[in-house]
Design a protein around this ligand. Structure first.
Ligand SMILES: [Zn+2]
Length: 81
């Protein structure tokens, strides 16, 4: 019998890490086109779109942008007034 590691049924999660050392520092996990789970201390925070994370080891700031493709010709919604 084989046990598959399919939990959510979506694609495999990608590791978002800082390669400042060995082993690299895990900053979070994310799915391509999905949500991002940022690892802060010992907890994971869900986020989406553009996310910033700072490596606890080297202090480098990383940016992960999983936002949807910007549509051309469609101006952003402006506030009334
Ligand atoms: Zn680092």
């Amino acid at each position: 019998m084989t046990e598959r590691a399919a939990r959510t049924g979506r694609g495999p999660k990608q590791r978002w890490e800082c390669r400042c050392g060995d082993p690299p520092i895990l900053l979070g996990m994310y799915e391509p086109g999905g949500q991002i789970q940022i690892k802060v201390r010992d907890r994971f925070y869900e986020a989406s779109g553009c996310v910033y994370a700072t490596c606890p080891r080297c202090g480098a700031q990383h940016v992960l942008d999983l936002g949807p493709a910007v549509s051309d010709g469609a101006p952003p919604s402006q506030p009334a007034g």
